[in-house]
Write a protein that binds this ligand. Structure first.
Ligand code: ADP
Ligand code: MG
Length: 258
């Protein structure tokens, strides 16, 4: 399988009060084309910083070493312009909190127009048609009639759908979803997971899916990487990891599931 993202011996530490604190200690994994790989583990295990570091979103305090290859291109140490290109054209993110990512003062149309203009130079009627198409795709009903609505007029689940539409605006190859349903009710969580699974099929999206929730991971992942204290303690095909976990920590996580 062709690999879209290949992370090798990734190490991340943070400089704080004259000390260097390690957060990720030599992590390696791959996301194949069209594949959904889950990073799973408890809070603080290093999932988010691993994801953010791939396209250099961690800021000055972070020291990042190792190798991150996107479509064969090394990103660690690459010029800023290369990273901007990858962030703009190839890799999109969605996060836990859709409300804080949407501008409360902008209509739906304006939020999406900004994504589209930035990425594709679309304007006017062409932009509007594409916006309705994107919103349709993520299951916002009557999208054409809702373009002048503001974020607070949508439910939490609908706002996350809007964020997914914005993430798809640049037709990314890889979607990194960091706890995308953690802030949502359980029934809505399942709907968003089903939407992501559907997009994987219809758009051929590759996905890095981050969650502390094994039940969600089980629904969507092809492969699973179990993280603990900044290391991947076990990884493999989802069916195998769930059916026959090898590492004591994975066994413990699975036993703790309702
Ligand atoms: P997870 O997403 O698995 O809950 P994180 O990746 O957010 O965990 O964090 C991993 C570790 O890195 C934690 O110990 C956290 O405190 C530390 N960390 C994350 N971001 C920063 C930062 N900006 N500065 C210092 N330490 C950080
Ligand atoms: Mg996190």
């Amino acid at each position: 399988m062709t690999s879209v993202l290949r992370v090798e011996n990734l190490r991340i530490s943070f400089r704080q009060d004259g000390q260097t604190l390690p957060a990720v200690k030599g992590v390696s994994f791959e996301v194949g084309k069209g594949e959904t790989v889950a990073l799973v583990g408890e809070s603080g295990s290093g999932k988010s910083v691993t994801a953010l570091s791939t396209v250099r979103l961690l800021g000055e305090a972070a020291q990042v070493e190792g190798s991150v290859r996107y479509d064969g291109r090394e990103l660690i140490g690459a010029p800023d312009a290369v990273l901007r290109g990858v962030r703009g054209n190839d890799i999109s993110f969605i996060f836990q909190e859709p409300m804080t990512s949407l501008n409360p003062l902008h209509t739906l149309q304006k939020q999406l127009e900004e994504s589209l203009q930035l990425h594709q130079g679309l304007r006017g009627e062409a932009a509007k048609a594409r916006i309705v198409e994107l919103l349709d795709k993520v299951g916002i009903r009557d999208a054409a009639e809702r373009l002048n609505d503001f974020p607070h007029q949508f439910s939490g689940g609908q706002r996350q759908r809007i964020m997914i539409a914005m993430a798809l605006a640049n037709q990314p190859e890889l979607l990194i979803a960091d706890e995308p349903t953690t802030a949502l009710d359980v029934t809505i969580q399942a709907q968003i997971i089903d939407l992501l699974a559907e997009l994987k099929r219809s758009e051929g999206l590759s996905m890095l899916f981050i969650s502390h929730d094994l039940a969600l991971v089980r629904r969507i992942a092809d492969r699973v990487c179990v993280m603990k204290d900044g290391e991947i303690v076990e990884q493999g095909p989802a069916a195998e990891v769930f059916a026959a976990p090898q590492h004591p920590y994975t066994k413990k996580l699975l036993a703790a599931q309702p």
